[in-house]
Design a protein around this ligand. Sequence first.
Ligand SMILES: [Zn+2]
Length: 235
Amino acid sequence: MILSLPLNFIIMGPGGFLLLIITAGLGMYAHYRISSAYNKYSKIKTKSGITGREAAGYILKKAGIYDVEVVSVNGHLSDFYDPINKQLALSQENFSGNSLAAVGVAAHETGHAIQHKVGYKALQMRMTLIPITNISSKVLPFVIMTGFILGKMGGIFIDIGIICYAILTFFHLVTLPVEFDASRRARIELMDLGIIDNMESVGVVKTLNAAGFTYVASFVSSLLNLIYLIMLRRD
Ligand SMILES: [Zn+2]
């Protein structure tokens, strides 16, 4: 949010302020969940001793994927799969680490590479939505702020805001099956390849579920904002 809290209260009213508190609280809770799960399971080593990079390599090979490069990137939990450049980027600690969290995250990102290879529909839809979603999230703060400042005269800006939030909400909705499917694949592949055993899979699943919750939080926040704007427009 580019507005400070008191300014939000003045411009958006109590409803908007409450919404801000709820979405901020949800975001903080999601952050707390992933931080504590990652903190815990990044300290527990896999019995196999296999690193995130090795796990990704084994899973890619098993899936018959030979054109995806596994690279290490800076940052904490900055891991991602880039379908355009066919790169599987792992943060340093997951790339070279051999913890339950490291192999879990690495396998999850590899899950996206597998989705890409098999033409998983939700991933394809998500990729198609990325450009329009980027535009929406860029223009959103400006149209919303202008709409609130102009009041009734700024109705058109609120309308544009609603369209932007509808696009964002749909994007976050499509992201959910993509993320949960990647985590499901991660667990299966890690078990199949003997990288983790049954007991270790509990830690992996807990880490991935906590990560998955951040996507649920994003979806709920976006949906609440959308509902709020629609209600505001009807007033
Ligand atoms: Zn993911």
